[in-house]
Design a protein around this ligand. Structure first.
Ligand code: ADP
Ligand code: MG
Length: 398
């Protein structure tokens, strides 16, 4: 699924209103029936205006018509949710234009965006719950009918959790990108001018960098946290060049950690496994890439846990629950993340992991992929609309 913002400017304010109505309706309907869309949107133009907007939205793939035995209705597509999130970021003046896509993971798309001052930022669009329906056909109906398996819900949870952790980590002085805003399944953050460790072929002092990365693992642990995916893709290495007074150039490497939806607490029942896996990941990478092996064994989970208790620092593992996450949300998200992990481990078959769908998937290059910047429409009314519709969300049942 690729973010294609070209249709954004052509949507009228009624279309946005109808799109938001479909989103609201999705909260308690798998398929949102047309009369409900009309009821929520309450367009001045009445039903015919709504129908016009519905056709316009369906034509550009933001909603999709689904026919079922009981009734026909519409569902929001990935594209539709992407547009709503972008629209909100744009109304808050956080995003003015969307540029290149820099990363495509199984769980996310990473885009470079800019505000109207030209400041570049990173928009991470979570795409969780896009379970391999082809490989897990038997799961299909089960997953489809399970609210906790819905991609919209899971992707939003992933974004909420990641945003909450990034804020908490930054506040404790951890080297993470500054989180700027969250809307739905997206987070906006500062762009780090750096390459992932994965792309770095040599470093002046591997032992030093290794030591720093292990210290970061231990520092997280002291705050009650395990990253859970501490690998060479999720560690960005900033190169800071300085010239000393004698004219000598020095190069300092500064790691920045990213990618937090899978973070777990040091109290998690499998904490030791996750901790060891993070440590092992770094050890393996340093040995393969830089031929560096530490003479010290460990670090070990037991010691890290003891240090955590002794340190008595702010426990960031409590942060997510404090930020409005219920136990059920934590459980649903974790199940989805583990499901993905398992699928990656035994399949590694990227073709098979695509979404089944009508709205996917042409990966041909287009102008928006090569730095062609696309200005997205700015409409200030959308936040009001969100708020207005949110206040009505309880009346959505037909
Ligand atoms: P995923 O969950 O799909 O792995 P990540 O958050 O790890 O997503 O981001 C994927 C890639 O995008 C990273 O490996 C990195 O190259 C790039 N990236 C993500 N966030 C930033 C950022 N704030 N600044 C620069 N590059 C980033
Ligand atoms: Mg990653």
């Amino acid at each position: 699924m690729k973010l294609d913002t070209r249709a954004m400017r052509y949507l009228a304010s009624e279309d946005w209103r109808v799109l938001t109505a479909v989103e609201m309706g999705s909260k308690n309907h798998e398929l949102v029936p047309t009369p409900l869309i009309e009821k929520i949107a309450r367009l001045k133009g009445g039903a015919s205006g709504v129908h016009k907007s519905i056709s316009a939205l369906a034509k550009v793939g933001l909603i999709a018509r689904v026919k079922e035995a009981k009734y026909d209705g519409y569902r929001l597509t990935y594209g539709g949710l992407d547009y709503l999130a972008l629209h909100t970021h744009s109304a808050r003046k956080d995003i003015y234009s969307v540029g290149t896509r820099i990363g495509v993971g199984k769980e996310s798309d990473i885009m470079i965006v800019a505000d109207n001052q030209g400041t570049q930022k990173v928009l991470k669009i979570h795409r969780l719950g896009r379970i391999s329906f082809r490989t897990v056909k038997s799961n299909r109906d089960y997953l489809k009918n399970r609210a906790s398996g819905s991609w919209m819900y899971l992707s939003r949870l992933a974004a909420m959790k990641e945003f909450a952790f990034m804020k908490a980590l930054l506040a404790e002085g951890f080297p993470v990108p500054e989180p700027i805003a969250q809307s739905r399944h997206t987070i906006l953050m500062a762009l780090i001018d750096a390459f992932p460790l994965r792309q770095i072929s040599a470093v002046p002092d591997p032992a030093k960098l290794y030591g720093e990365l292990i210290s970061l693992i231990l520092r997280l642990a002291k705050h009650g946290l395990i990253h859970g995916d501490f690998n060479e893709f999720n560690i960005l290495i900033k190169e800071i060049k300085m010239t000393t007074e004698s004219g000598e150039e020095t190069l300092t490497l500064e790691p920045v950690i990213i990618d937090f939806p899978q973070m777990v607490s040091m109290e998690h029942q499998n904490a030791e496994m996750y901790f060891d896996r993070d440590v092992e990941c770094i050890k393996r990478f340093f040995s393969r890439r830089f031929h560096f092996t530490s003479t010290e064994p460990g670090p070990f989970f037991k010691d890290a846990k003891r240090a955590m208790k002794k340190a008595g620092l702010t426990r960031l593992d409590a942060t997510v629950e404090a930020s409005g996450f219920t136990k059920k949300m934590v459980k649903d998200l974790e199940a989805a993340i583990r499901e993905k992990e398992a699928m990656k481990a035994d399949g590694n078959n990227s073709d098979e992991e695509e979404e089944e769908s009508d709205e996917d998937e042409d990966d041909e290059e287009d102008p928006s992929d090569n730095g062609g910047e696309i200005i997205i429409g700015v409409a200030n009314e959308v936040d009001d609309l969100d708020a207005e519709l949110a206040s009505k969300s309880t009346e959505n049942e037909v």
